[in-house]
Design a protein around this ligand. Structure first.
Ligand code: FAD
Ligand code: DHB
Length: 389
């Protein structure tokens, strides 16, 4: 088989790139290790930057999102029962959009399938060859038989555990990592959200987040120990703990119910450099991870796709390679700012096992300063709604 762009990974990054390229007449094939149902079963991000929404529009897949999403003009932050709002609209003129990653991915799959796009599911043994030369190709196994795709470029959109990053030689690759000494236990429940804006809550028992997907689907998270497993937490224990961490008036209003999903995610900051090696480009979680505080994971994946898509369009339409040559530099410049913001939000709002009494006072002072100071709020708001591409 031959295509212009071989895309490894059928998560949001790979599908969005494939759909955008299709709109410009550029052919691609997506190779996905799992089934479509498996990918759609993963509950992940829920908050989208306007830049992401605009890319979905450019890809021609925003119709249902524009109809069903929720615009959030601000968010609530609380510490020890004292809460205050950050008004994105007033501070930046912008907002964020609540629409789940599951729905984004479903819309992209539907669009690719409607356009006759090539997605090969349940592949294994994917290998990238000749990325540093002029004729790269990808091999993989499907139903026991080895297959080969010849291509012009390879987009590595295969997440943190994929093969693409590992295909860049260690002599070229540099990795930067920070692990946090806790995780997030998340549940999804078919209950009305406790608040019409998200609540990021810092308490002496640890961090909690109240989020949502729609009027009758709520997403809640609590900071937990890395040694916990979801089975350790009954629904009743989860709700009790959540109520102790969020402002009292929210705890009183909270509607509880059975969880329909429960999972634990470790928190990590990670960046690999460079994001391009010859004709191989890394995008999204394949290249970088942020801790989820600040909702930047999926949004940083989208900005990579923006830079790569424009670079590839420039190559095919204008015969100009400046965009692909500077892909890594441009993507990383934005990524590191999102890394900084996510690290800062995480540090501001979580309890760390080794925090001293001094550290706690400093953390409390920083939240108090944010509550009182418009300039500090503006910095948070500008980062939260998304820095320009
Ligand atoms: P992925 O979504 O990981 O997609 C990669 C795809 O590649 C997968 O479908 C995978 O099956 C496939 N793949 C992997 N290896 C191979 C291979 N060898 N061959 C072929 N295919 C392969 N972000 C937020 O903003 N908010 C959140 O609340 C949030 N929660 C998260 C919870 C968890 C448990 C995780 C892991 C991430 C979370 N994120 C969150 C981050 C966000 O979901 C990711 O940033 C986003 O999914 C990145 O998209 P991606 O397409 O780059 O990678
Ligand atoms: C969600 C997750 C986040 O990490 C975040 O900061 C905001 C919302 C969510 O899953 O809804």
């Amino acid at each position: 088989m031959r295509t212009q762009v071989a895309i490894i990974g059928g998560g949001p990054s790979g599908l969005l790139l494939s759909q955008l390229l299709h709109q410009r007449g550029i052919d691609s094939v997506v190779l996905e290790r799992k089934t479509r149902e498996y990918v759609l079963g993963r509950i992940r991000a829920g908050v989208l930057e306007v830049g992401f929404v605009n890319l979905m529009r450019e890809a021609g897949v925003a119709e249902r999102m524009d109809r069903e999403c929720f615009i959030h003009d601000g968010t609530v932050i609380s510490r020890d029962n004292l809460s205050f709002g950050i008004n994105f609209k007033e501070l930046t003129g912008s907002h964020v959009v609540v629409y789940g990653q599951t729905e984004v991915t479903r819309d992209l799959y539907d669009a690719r399938e409607a356009a006759g796009g090539k997605i090969v599911y349940e592949v294994d043994g994917v290998e990238i060859h000749g990325a540093d030369g002029d004729a790269p190709y990808v091999t993989y196994h499907k139903d026991g038989a080895e297959q080969r795709i010849d291509c012009d470029f390879v987009a590595g959109c295969d997440g943190f555990h994929g093969v693409s990053r590992q295909s860049i030689p260690l002599s070229v690759r540099r990795e930067y990592e920070k692990l946090y000494p806790f995780g997030w236990l998340g549940i999804l429940s078919e209950t009305p959200p406790v608040n019409d804006e998200l609540i990021y809550a810092s308490s002496e028992r640890g961090f909690a987040l109240c989020s949502m997907r729609n009027e009758n689907l709520s997403r809640y998270y609590i900071q937990c120990s890395l040694s916990d497993s979801p089975e350790d937490w009954t629904d009743a224990a989860f709700w009790e703990e959540l109520k102790r961490r969020i402002p009292e008036e929210a705890a009183e209003r909270l509607v509880t119910g059975p969880s329909v999903e429960k999972s634990i995610a470790p928190l990590r900051s990670f960046v690999t450099e460079p994001m391009r090696w010859g004709r191989l480009f890394l995008c999204g979680d394949a290249a970088h991870i942020v801790p989820p505080t600040g909702a930047k994971g999926l949004n940083t994946a989208a900005s990579d796709i923006h830079y790569l898509y424009h670079g590839l369009v420039q190559h095919y339409q204008d015969g100009e390679d400046e965009g692909i040559e500077r892909y890594s530099e441009r993507a990383l410049a934005r990524i590191w700012k999102a890394e900084r913001f996510s690290w800062w939000m995480t540090t501001l709002l979580h309890r760390f096992p080794d925090q001293s009494a001094f550290d706690l006072r400093i953390q409390a002072a920083e939240v108090a300063f944010l509550r009182e100071n418009r300039a500090a709020q503006t910095v948070l708001a500008e980062n939260y709604v998304g820095l320009p591409y």
